[in-house]
Design a protein around this ligand. Structure first.
Ligand code: PLP
Length: 487
């Protein structure tokens, strides 16, 4: 309500106001705040004025702040630190490769055992269903590589190929570099750069059961509607012009852990393959164990032609991401030019590979994907028992240790809050403050790209039952406090 807005505005306003974002003590300009600034023309300006708590060290699921507080990291940063912080084994593996004197090698000239070993391990993890791995330094770079690889598949066979179009989805995020952003259905992140974004990317709707499924509609009928929509988009563009379709199996930042409905991935893949187009999955956030299977597609065994991974690959110990490449794509290249016309300086670095390899060994040896599945089911249960009846919690959804809460003003109509209230940000701000001291990853635009609020929970893969109970209890306490205040 307007009165609640005015009230909170005054209560939360912070006086000092640098005009161009927040300068942290070291002078680093916060991109998060800049994202916030770009979010809506009328976002509460208080978000631009605050300073961030300073973190001094991390251990396991805990972050230790300069002000003496200890924070439970229930989000692994941005769903990255899958082993938690301060893992000694990974540090040792990094030190070992540093002591060889080759943290960096030109990957176009040299091979390195640790890089080969990582790629072999990654291929093995797909059960041999993917043929090669292409290492990059970030999820966005992995998406850029996937976009170019996909195009090259058709170019190899016919340099005059008419395949120039991609189909991606509304309510998606594939990265912030220009190509990856063009693929993203994220209006707020796109808006300032719209004139730079390729106009050969076309969107279909997301697969969002909470917002789009009719009352009583079965999975199969919902999926059939989505397949019909994708087919119609192929027909509109001309099936012979489509390179591929790109989707996140569980949508992360754009919607807040929205899993695809059972049968959806297969139906989408079938439409793509019917038209000779590629089926591409972006698992940068949802992959590498996060959703309770090593790859999110393994949940339904729908193998993509290309797949990107990132965050959980190196667990935040090094900047490392990758593209998994199917034999269909590899063979086209091998039978053609034999080259992928791409490459960047900082890829396939021994130090990146050593970190990722050790993270993946630990994930395997400690059966952490199994723990993700087990603790994920428990987290679901704990969240539902505490929050399913809350009048402002519209939806609790997710998979594995990747859970989202969507907040609504009215549960019956699913009407979102006024964006000026900054609800998701308030939940985050409250959560990281005393006495709660826990991270929750906020997101907006959940409903139509501009309105709607959610938060993501994505703790480390090695959390215990007690950790899960703590996360659920703190989440519940925070939610109750924030909405009590909103009135
Ligand atoms: N794809 C998805 C699904 C993501 O969630 C992200 C990052 O959040 C990216 C791509 C981009 O990855 P990065 O931030 O490492 O460039």
């Amino acid at each position: 309500s307007p009165s609640a807005l005015t009230d909170l505005d005054q209560h939360d306003r912070v006086p000092a106001a640098p005009s161009n974002g927040v300068h942290l003590p070291n002078g680093h300009l916060s991109t998060t705040v800049l994202n916030g600034h770009a979010r809506t023309a009328f976002l509460l300006d208080r978000n631009l004025h605050k300073s961030f708590p300073v973190v001094e060290r991390g251990s396991g699921s805990y972050l230790y702040l300069k002000d003496g507080r200890v924070i439970f990291d229930a989000t692994s940063g941005a769903a990255v630190s899958c082993l938690g912080h301060g893992n000694k084994r990974v540090f040792k593996a990094i030190s070992a490769i540093l002591s060889t004197g080759i943290p960096y090698l030109a990957s176009t000239f040299w091979a390195c055992e640790v890089v080969e070993e990582l790629c072999k391990k990654l291929i093995d993890g797909t059960g041999g269903k993917m043929a090669r791995v292409y290492l990059t330094g970030s999820g966005s770079e992995a998406m850029e590589a996937a976009i170019k690889l996909a195009r090259q598949v058709f170019y190899e066979n016919d340099p005059a190929t008419r395949r120039v179009n991609f189909i991606t989805r509304e309510g998606s995020y594939h990265g912030n570099t220009i190509g990856a952003l063009a693929m993203s259905g994220h209006p707020v992140r796109r808006a300032p750069y719209e004139p730079f974004l390729m106009d050969n990317v076309h969107h279909v709707s997301a697969c969002n059961a909470y917002r789009q499924r009719a009352d009583g509609e079965s999975d199969s009928s919902f999926v059939a509607r989505k397949a019909t929509e994708l087919e119609a988009k192929f027909q509109e563009l001309g099936p012979e012009t489509v390179i591929g379709f790109v989707a996140e199996p569980v949508v992360g930042a754009a919607l807040g852990c929205v899993p695809s409905v059972p049968g959806y991935l297969k139906a989408m893949r079938d439409v793509c393959h019917k038209h000779g187009a590629l089926f591409i999955l972006d698992e940068v956030m949802s992959g590498m164990g996060r959703c309770g299977t090593l790859h999110a597609w393994q949940n339904e065994d729908v193998v993509p032609d290309l797949q990107t991974v990132g965050k959980g690959l190196g667990g935040g110990y090094q900047p490392v991401a990758a593209v998994f490449i199917s034999s269909r794509v590899v063979n086209t290249l091998l039978n053609g030019s034999g080259q992928f016309v791409h490459g960047q300086t900082y890829q396939g670095m021994p130090v990146q590979a050593a970190a990722a390899l050790e993270v993946q060994r630990i994930v395997e040896e400690e059966n952490l994907v199994g723990n993700v599945k087990r603790q994920g089911l428990y987290l679901e249960k704990c969240l539902r028992s505490r929050l399913a009846d809350h009048p402002n919690v519209g939806d609790i959804r997710g998979r594995g240790l990747f859970w989202g809460l969507e907040f609504v003003k009215d549960k019956a109509t699913k009407e979102p809050f006024d964006p000026r209230l900054g609800v998701a940000q308030r939940v985050h701000d409250t959560a990281i403050s005393a006495p709660f001291n826990m991270t929750m990853y906020p997101g907006t635009g959940t409903v139509d790209g501009f309105r709607g609020d959610h938060v993501i929970l994505a703790p480390a893969y090695n959390v215990t039952e007690e950790d899960i109970e703590h996360i659920a209890q703190v989440t519940s306490n925070v939610v109750h406090q924030v909405f009590r205040k909103l009135g």
